[in-house]
Design a protein around this ligand. Sequence first.
Ligand SMILES: *Cc1c(COP(=O)(O)O)cnc(C)c1O
Length: 242
Amino acid sequence: MDCEMIEPLPAPCLDVVENLRAVRGAIADACKPVGRDAAGVALVAVSKNNGPERVRAALRAGHRLFGENRVQEAQGKWPAFKADHADIDLHLIGPLQTNKVREAVALFDAIDSVDRPRLARALAEEMDHQGRRLPVLIQVNTGEEPQKAGILPRDADGFLRECREDLGLDVRGLMCIPPVDDEPSPHFALLREIARRHGLGVLSMGMSADYGVAVAFGATHVRLGTAIFGDRRALLGTPIGG
Ligand SMILES: *Cc1c(COP(=O)(O)O)cnc(C)c1O
């Protein structure tokens, strides 16, 4: 996966390729002490706020699994890439307003942030309408933060039953974003326990700062932005998608 072997790229793109390689190595290192196979940890490259040239670098390096947190931004960037690469797997990882459900179901390959009954109902209806049954994850607000999206842990059992049994959603697992100032491990452990109770296989947890810990707690998907694409704050002033 040497960049020169494909074709020369501008310097920032070379960093993306190098970062992908480094992150895969770090995931493998985190797997070893807990006896996990690194192949069981999918790397979701979070490309929000990054322009097409960095995404293209990741695509050229063979990466296909991406996450975006805003429907509108993703609509500006992804249709062209998807036209070129049929095997892209694009996940919505951010809050979804019900008035954007139609666009989200049309563009994304998975919705990882189903966080409330009203959204779950709107998604089920729209997926029926479009004949597109996307896999989904339920986002759990493990830190019970008022400003954060996600179903509260005490409501998770009922919500999961509604999503699966009443609405027929294809629920694959759970997602969480621990509070920034907390030790993340109790949050990862709580998510793992709720998933276990419901026989769910997918745990999307761990971001650039804590993915090693998440892997130790059983993450099957880690969502990395900064570790792959660099500090997004350095991109402020760069037109989104430009
Ligand atoms: C931005 C974002 C990430 C990636 O965050 P980094 O700290 O840059 O790795 C992961 N998950 C969600 C839901 C995000 O919005």
